[in-house]
Structure formats: structure tokens, C-alpha cells
Design a protein around this ligand. Structure first.
Ligand SMILES: *Cc1c(COP(=O)(O)O)cnc(C)c1O
Length: 549
């Protein structure tokens, strides 16, 4: 057993074993640092992803008969890291975080004491941290912290699933025994994340009972369409159960009007005398902007530029109403810059958890003892990681102002990117509102955005422009080692001139997520696009010419 014990941290805290562990950490940090290159996206060279790459991995894998040395373990791990994308100034694709130092330390503490967040007796550190961050963030968004509840869970998607489960159990407490009623309906914007799609599948509500609501020009849910569709459901004998209000759509950062959605829900409830409709704010993308809910835009203590200030002020108008939702989520591993997974699901009224809590008789192993008073029998996980520790550490290290600086920079960089892009390239349009994300679309010749928006192009014409953007995404994607842009095949949905079918528009995406993405870098981003676009147009034209000839 002595050899086996060497695989573990010490029991008594002796210097020797600590130094050994530290030396492993040091090797890993040093080797990873050696792979960093600010001019590239990846840590070292990317492996050759040949067609049979994963098949080869499958064939070669086997558990070693005897364990290998720690040096070799480290070497193997570092081999995996080689070529890994690293979120630095060249990464402008998606909401991928670079975990901040406090969150790394919080995660380390989480692993070292390895509490189980299921029960405070098994994990007091994370239990207290979870309660603390729940209270901190409740106060920030305007939930009453003496009534709210919160727990970390499996992502923004987990928060959607958890909220839907609460909605079902609240409406039909018998459903836990008898199954889900067949006449329940959910509503979401047609640009919402697929989390709800999966959740209606998994809860048994069914995708056919998920109603997609049209969006406005600014990518927020169209309230008239919502109301109409709710009334239609009621007329058919259905029950409007749940509305997913997206606050920051994944690709375009559209922010649904929470106040308006709540007003319509109230109206419909009163008019038709139905049970309260559950509203979940899917704030996985945008929730961090609640950090401006109490910012004084008149005095502007952090001295944000006027245009940045204006955008943030308009966010405050939207996000201050998030407390009307029955639940919401903070995805710190998106704009909050922490490791996966650090999502906090917040529930306005903790009473609602009683509908999904386990009966004491069903939990013979944990909870329900004289000792311990925090037992999260209402979560879908049993054992839970203590990721509240990483959130807690970040909140302490940044403070409200630190996060405000970080979040304002995303906007600042996007404003500059937009201006530069339009100045440098003529056949491009920007297709969403100013936000941490810019979506943009190129055209083979002059721009036709207005025609596309207003249904004046045929399906064939729109498809050709989509195709053009799709091909260009491949071109710059192959060069993602230099600058990695994102793209989407559903920037918005428009009418075509020759069809009743609505059609999705493709777009490229600039996501200013890294703290190293600053306005000084913008010329380089646009230069990269311009250079590749010119080359792409040239080769395309000569190919077309050859085909014609
Ligand atoms: C990212 C995202 C999700 C999913 O969150 P995960 O943390 O990846 O599970 C849900 N909704 C929106 C709007 C998102 O942007």
C-alpha cells in the first residue's frame, strides 16, 4: 500500500509531499506557458486531424498493466494539450472563457477538499459558498435574498431544464406520480437556444408543444406574436405553461423584453382565468450585464466613453426587469471568464422547490439528520461539484467594478470593430445591434441587405449569398490559427420573394471575449478579413470565368 499511498496528497501536511505536488504543478504551468504564442491561437502545433485520427486513438487505447510514473502522466497530458486553442487576442469566435486566476484557485480548492455539494456535511465549503453567491447575486438582480434560492448546475441548458421541471411540477404537482399532462405548451423566440428544444423532448412535453415566437428587427421576441400564439393554444384547449425569455441570444445578443412578456402573461392569466405562467430568463449569455443594474450612468464613475455608456445604459433598462422572471441563470463560464462548468441557477421563490424535492423516505443515505442543514435533494444531480467556489472567488477578485470594466470592454471593442469593418470593406453589412457580438454578412458584389430584410430576393438569390458566406467561412476557418472568427447559419429568418417558406440567413461572427482583445487589435482583425476576402473574390471570379469559358 505504501506505493499506492504515494499517489495521494499527504495525510499530515508534510513539506515533502507538498513540494512534490507543487513541482508537478510547476512543470505543467511551465510547459503550457512555453507553448503560448500571442500571435497564434493554439498552444503549439495542432495535431494532424487525418480522417482516421479518432479511429487510431480508439485502436491504440488501453489501460496500462502497471501504472506509469507521474512524470509520464504529465507528459501524456501535455501531449493532449498540444495544439489546443487558447483564448487569447486571436480568439473572436464564441463565448469561450479564459478562466481568471481567482477562478482557477477556487477550482483548485474545490478539488483539494473535494466536497460534495449535495450535502453540507459532505461539502461545507461549497455549500456556504453556494448560499453566499446566491445571496450576492439575488441582491444584484433584485430578487429578495430571503426568499430566493440558487444552486450550481449543468450549464445554462441545465438551468432551462431545471426551470421547466419546476414549471411542470408547480402547475401539476401530481405529475411526479402520474406523468406529465399532454396539453402543456412552452413558448420561446425563434432565435432561442436549443436548450428548450432538448428539455421539451426530455420532460415528455414534446417538441410539437414548443411554440416558436417571431422576433423583431432587434432580435427580441415579438410580443404580439407571443400573445396571439398563447391565445391560439388556449382556444385549442391547451395550457400555456412556460415562457423562455432569452436575455442575450447566443448568436446575436437579442434581449427579450421581460417587462412586456410579464405583462402579457399577467393579461392572459387574468382574461382566461388560468394558472400563473412560469417565466425563465435564459440569461446564460447576457446575465452578466446585470452587473450594471445599479451603475450611475449620469456620473459615469468608471469614465466609459459616451457610445459605450449609451449601450450599457440601454442594457440597464432591459436587465433591471429580470427580477420579474421566476428564475434566471448566471453562466459565469461565458462572459464571466471562469472554467466550465460554473452556472448558477437562481429561483425567485424557494417555496417552488418543494414541488421537486425528494421525499425524505427516498434519501436514506444523506440529509435528514440532526447534523447538517443544507441538503439539495431538489437538484437533478445527486453528487454535485462545488463550482460555487470558483464563482465566489471570481466575485471577490473582480468586485462589481472589475466585472463592469471587463463587460464594458467587450462593447468598446465591438463598436470599434464595426466602424473599422465598414470603413475598410464595402460589400459587408452588420446584421445585429451593438453588443459583445457583431454578426456580419458579405456579398459577392454590392450589399443587398435591405432587399433581403424586406422579402425582395428569391430563395435562390438568398441561398447564393448564404453559399458565398459559407464558403468564405471555410476559407478563414482554415486559417483560424491566425484569427478565429465564428459564424452562424441562423442569424435571422426572412421572407423570400417567391415562397411562403421563411429562410435563414448566414453570417460571420465576431465575439470579443478575451481580456486581451482590445481596441488596439481591431485593425489586425479587419485586415485579416479584408486580405482573405480579396483573395477569395479573386479565385472565385477566375473559377467562374473558367466555367464560363
Ligand atoms: C450558451 C447558452 C445556453 C447553454 O448554456 P450552457 O452553459 O452551454 O449549457 C443556453 N441559452 C443561451 C441563450 C446560451 O447562450
Amino acid at each position: 500500500m505504501k506505493e499506492i499511498q504515494k499517489l495521494f496528497p499527504s495525510m499530515d501536511g508534510n513539506d515533502f509531499q507538498r513540494e512534490e505536488l507543487l513541482s508537478y504543478f510547476k512543470t505543467i504551468l511551465t510547459k503550457i506557458d512555453a507553448l503560448k504564442d500571442p500571435n497564434k491561437l493554439t498552444l503549439g502545433e495542432m495535431p494532424e486531424y487525418s480522417e482516421d485520427y479518432y479511429n487510431r486513438v480508439i485502436r491504440q487505447a488501453s489501460v496500462p498493466e502497471t501504472g506509469v510514473s507521474m512524470e509520464e502522466v504529465i507528459q501524456k497530458l501535455l501531449k493532449l494539450v498540444e495544439g489546443h486553442r487558447y483564448v487569447n487576442r486571436n480568439y473572436v469566435a464564441n463565448a469561450a472563457p479564459l478562466p481568471n486566476i481567482a477562478s482557477i484557485i477556487g477550482n483548485l480548492v474545490m478539488v483539494l477538499v473535494n466536497g460534495n455539494n449535495l450535502w453540507d456535511v459532505e461539502g461545507q465549503a461549497a455549500a456556504t459558498a453556494e448560499i453566499e453567491v446566491t445571496s450576492m447575486l439575488s441582491k444584484l438582480i433584485g430578487y429578495d435574498e430571503s426568499l430566493s434560492a440558487g444552486y450550481t448546475t449543468w450549464g445554462g441548458q441545465g438551468a432551462v431544464f431545471n426551470s421547466l421541471r419546476l414549471a411542470i411540477a408547480r402547475f401539476a404537482p401530481f405529475s411526479n406520480q402520474k406523468g406529465v399532462p399532454q396539453n402543456l405548451y412552452c413558448f420561446c423566440s425563434e432565435l432561442s437556444h436549443y436548450s428548450l428544444y432538448k428539455s421539451v423532448e426530455a420532460t415528455g412535453i414534446g417538441v410539437e408543444n414548443m411554440i416558436r415566437v417571431k422576433v423583431n428587427e432587434n432580435h427580441s421576441m415579438n410580443l404580439e406574436d407571443l400573445k396571439e400564439k398563447m391565445e391560439h393554444v388556449i382556444a385549442k384547449g391547451g395550457v400555456p405553461l412556460y415562457v423562455l425569455a432569452t436575455m442575450g441570444t447566443t448568436d446575436t445578443f437579442g434581449i427579450d423584453d421581460m417587462e412586456g412578456i410579464k405583462r402579457i402573461a399577467d393579461e392572459v392569466e387574468r382574461t382566461y382565468d388560468i394558472n400563473p405562467i412560469y417565466i425563465h430568463a435564459d440569461s446564460a449569455m447576457g446575465g452578466m450585464y446585470t452587473f450594471f443594474n445599479h451603475y450611475d450612468f449620469e456620473n459615469n464613475p468608471l469614465r466609459f466613453e459616451n457610445d459605450v455608456n449609451e449601450v450599457l445604459k440601454s442594457y440597464q433598462q432591459r436587465f433591471k426587469h429580470i427580477n420579474l422572471a421566476d428564475s434566471m441563470v448566471f453562466d459565469f463560464h461565458k462572459l464571466g471568464q471562469t472554467p466550465y462548468i460554473t452556472s448558477l441557477f437562481l429561483v425567485k421563490n424557494r417555496e417552488n422547490l418543494k414541488y421537486v424535492d425528494l421525499d425524505a423516505a427516498e434519501t436514506p443515505y444523506v440529509g435528514n439528520r440532526g447534523y447538517g442543514s443544507y441538503h439539495t435533494g431538489y437538484t437533478l444531480e445527486c453528487s454535485r461539484m462545488g463550482s460555487a467556489l470558483a464563482i465566489y472567488a471570481s466575485l471577490l477578485a473582480f468586485g462589481i467594478e472589475g466585472y463592469q470594466e471587463l463587460l464594458a470592454n467587450y462593447i468598446r471593442v465591438n463598436i470599434t470593430f464595426r466602424k473599422t469593418l465598414l470603413k475598410e470593406i464595402s460589400n459587408v453589412v452588420i446584421t445585429n445591434e451593438i453588443s459583445p457580438i457583431t454578426t456580419f454578412r458579405f456579398y459577392p458584389e454590392e450589399t443587398k441587405w435591405n432587399d433581403e430584410l424586406n422579402g425582395r430576393l428569391t430563395i435562390e438569390e438568398i441561398s447564393e449569398i448564404n453559399q458565398f458566406n459559407d464558403e468564405f467561412a471555410e476559407v478563414i476557418g482554415a486559417e483560424r490559427d491566425t484569427v478565429f472568427f465564428g459564424n452562424t447559419k441562423k442569424q435571422r429568418i426572412v421572407k423570400a420573394a417567391n415562397s411562403s417558406k421563411r429562410i435563414s440567413l448566414y453570417a460571420h461572427k465576431f465575439f470579443a471575449i478575451s481580456p486581451y482583445t482590445t481596441i488596439e487589435e481591431v485593425d489586425r482583425y479587419v485586415g485579416f478579413l479584408k486580405e482573405h476576402l480579396e483573395l477569395f473574390l479573386k479565385t472565385r471570379n477566375s473559377e467562374n470565368f473558367m466555367i464560363r469559358a
